[in-house]
Design a protein. Structure first.
Length: 352
């Protein structure tokens, strides 16, 4: 497979996605592959945002400040419960991440081999997936350690703020923002570094580990050599790799917003109508009303889940196809599997 630019890789990625998901088309297979694509790509690649709302009064009258009772009245028992819950969440998260890593290799096998069965890839790449999982854990620990080192100079201020809130029973939001604002640029840099690391791991190193059973060091050396040889192309690729899925998701949302609102509005109207009819009911009538509301609520959730899978699946699959095609032009072992009938271009930087 000949090397192609990051821009030129978009069109064949779309074509391979269409071939993989829709030719031939079978609903059960389509939903299965889309769900796997969302789990393997969406969990690590989609952007999740959360917003928090704070009531800002400008000037605190009478010295009163916003109160956070659970933070200002922490007991040793409460701290122990929180620590145990955090530990349990970490253990569960690690287990889930391991399963997702295994599934990533299985989906990688599906895409490069153009097969729609998950099982063969799950079994074939078990050892490689386990090594890749631990590599990701080590990288994650390094990032956490870096984050701690960066936060250490600010730790004294946060600890003092916590002690003062314990003593006074009030939490100074203004002081918290003063302490946190200088961290924002640093956190942004760490996020950018994390995104680039994820691209290097999943888009570059994973194919070497899967196809060659390469060690982490060997995979990194091969990826680094290719990046050094084509710095500009890899920079363009990294930008497009982040921007294109975002643009596609926004465009899809705009197109489907009106139909989605119509369906959601219809279901809400039905829910409201059922609730109104059975508002004053008692006994068996009350139970029937509750069951009907639950029934239509489940239908609404099912529609939302189905729409997410049907829309997010092709986007996630296209993202992975794009990564495979771009890197496959620079790595013969991958490119020859993607396009087995295409002649190998002489002088390619890829090595089998």
């Amino acid at each position: 497979m000949r090397p192609i630019t990051a821009v030129d890789a978009v069109s064949p990625a779309i074509e391979r996605t269409r071939e993989f998901l829709f030719r031939p088309f079978k609903w059960s297979t389509y939903l299965k592959l889309c769900l796997v694509a969302i789990i393997t790509e969406g969990v690590g690649g989609n952007f999740h945002s959360s917003t928090s709302h704070m009531n800002h009064r400008g000037v605190h009258s009478g010295g009163h400040e916003p109160q956070i009772p659970w933070l200002t009245h922490m007991t040793p028992e409460g701290i122990a419960v929180i620590a145990a819950a955090v530990l349990l969440a970490i253990v569960v998260s690690i287990l889930v991440f391991y399963l997702i890593t295994r599934l990533r290799f299985a989906f990688f096998h599906c895409l490069v081999s153009n097969t729609k069965e998950i099982g063969p890839g799950w079994s074939l790449y078990g050892g490689q997936a386990t090594r890749f999982f631990w590599l990701n854990i080590v990288v994650g620990i390094c990032f956490m350690a870096l984050l701690v080192l960066v936060a250490l100079p600010f730790a004294a201020g946060f600890w003092r703020l916590f002690q003062e809130s314990q003593q006074s029973g009030h939490f100074d939001i203004g002081l918290l923002l003063t302490l946190a604002l200088p961290l924002i640029p640093i956190v942004i840099l760490l996020v950018v570094a994390g995104v680039l690391s994820d691209l290097i791991l999943r888009d570059g190193m994973l194919p070497h580990i899967a196809l060659e059973n390469a060690t982490a060091g060997e995979a990194w050396r091969q990826v680094r050599a290719r990046i050094r040889a084509e710095k500009k192309q890899f920079i363009v690729y990294a930008i497009l790799r982040v921007i294109l899925p975002t643009i596609a998701a926004i465009g899809t949302f705009i197109v489907l917003a009106l139909p989605g609102l119509m369906v959601a509005g219809s279901l809400v109207a039905i829910e409201w109508g059922v609730h109104s009819v059975f508002a004053g009911a008692t006994g068996s009538s009350w139970l029937v009303g509750i069951l009907l509301q639950v029934f239509f609520g489940v239908i609404a959730f099912g529609f939302a889940l189905l729409a997410s899978i049907c829309v997010g699946g092709p986007l996630s699959t296209g993202t992975r196809e794009y990564a495979l095609i771009f890197y496959g032009g620079r790595y013969n072992a991958l490119g020859d599997i993607l396009y087995p009938t295409q002649a190998i271009v002489g002088g390619s930087t890829g090595t089998a």
